[in-house]
Write a protein that binds this ligand. Structure first.
Ligand code: CP
Length: 310
């Protein structure tokens, strides 16, 4: 009942057995979340800080809910309304939070590597809730867990990650996670949004989205991350939608019922149309639901409490 790591910084550092343990633990917590009382007393003595230096809807709420379902005390820190704007450093900010007897830190930061830097300077366990363009480990875990739930297993499944691969931490964590679980992975999108040499990570590359859909059992569609693009990498959003956006007629032309995923936030009418995002094939809201059980599992396992007290 223990992970091989003290922190969850990235999927890269996890062993396949760690991911399987997180999934089995999340299975138990998913059952808890179906009950009338959706709560266990497991972390009554634990305080967790959610330290967000970047905007979030799903990840922040999901972590906070997971902590509350585990009976932990939670505090939420948003950099925009904090003393960071007065020049306080990351380490001073976190050490001040830890001085108030906080046991675990969940952190999102726009700088790639920020959680690793912090892990070298503090004793508490850190969970990376997304760092720059690097990793978003709990998103990849909930994505793979959702594929396992829908298709029975991840091993041997063909997963196409479609869109802005270059600026996506979700893409990188998904590649690591799916490879460790034995899936086949393809990245697809415009050449300017796919990093050179990405094949070295053990993925196929396809620039024709229709061909990627023909190949795949699952399409994980990503938004264009304009906030991370400092020069134009494609002409217009309208043209992107025309050549790379996923629409219903594309799916109807395939002779199969493939699974559609998206980590959110969705830009409807750009990378995905509403008739696909809201279709029966879409498991987008299942991903969100599963995020709570996955985050409960990660927090619980990192707390080192042993057997789950239900
Ligand atoms: N998927 C995801 O990370 O969404 P948020 O940015 O809303 O947390």
């Amino acid at each position: 009942m223990s992970l091989s790591v003290k922190h969850l910084l990235g999927i890269k550092e996890l062993q396949p057995q760690d991911i399987e343990l997180i999934f089995r633990t999340a299975d138990t917590f998913k059952q808890v979340l179906q009950r009338q009382i959706k709560k266990v007393p497991a972390l009554r003595d634990t305080t967790i800080a959610n330290v967000f230096f970047e905007n979030s809807t799903r990840t922040r709420i999901s972590f906070e809910l997971a902590q509350k379902r585990l009976s932990a005390d939670t505090i939420n820190f948003a950099a925009s309304s904090s003393s960071v704007s007065k020049g306080e450093t990351l380490i001073d900010t976190v050490n001040n939070i830890l001085a108030m007897k906080v046991d675990m830190v969940v952190m999102r930061h726009s700088a790639s590597g920020a959680p690793w830097f912090l892990a070298n300077h503090i004793d508490a366990s850190i969970i990376n809730a997304g760092d720059g363009t690097n990793e978003h480990p709990t998103q990849a875990l909930l994505d793979a867990f959702s594929i396992r739930e829908r298709l029975g297993e991840v091993k041997g499944k063909r997963v196409a990650i479609i869109g802005d691969i270059m600026h996506s931490r979700v893409a990188l964590s998904n590649i690591y996670c799916l490879n460790k679980l034995g899936a086949e992975v393809m990245v697809a999108g415009p050449p300017t949004l796919i990093p050179k040499h990405i094949q070295d990570l053990g993925v196929k590359v396809e620039y024709d989205v229709k061909k990627a859909l023909e190949w795949a059992d699952v399409a994980n569609v990503l938004r264009i991350q304009l906030e991370r693009q400092h020069k134009p990498l494609f002409s217009t959003l309208r043209e992107y939608a025309l050549y790379y956006g996923i629409n219903k007629s594309m799916l109807d032309s395939l002779n199969k019922e493939m699974v559609i995923m998206h980590p959110g936030p969705i830009n409807r009418g750009v990378e995905i149309n509403s008739d696909v995002a809201d279709s029966k094939q879409s498991i987008i809201l299942d991903q969100v639901e599963n995020g709570v059980a996955i985050r409960m599992a990660v927090i619980y396992l990192l707390s080192g409490k042993g057997e789950i007290v239900e």
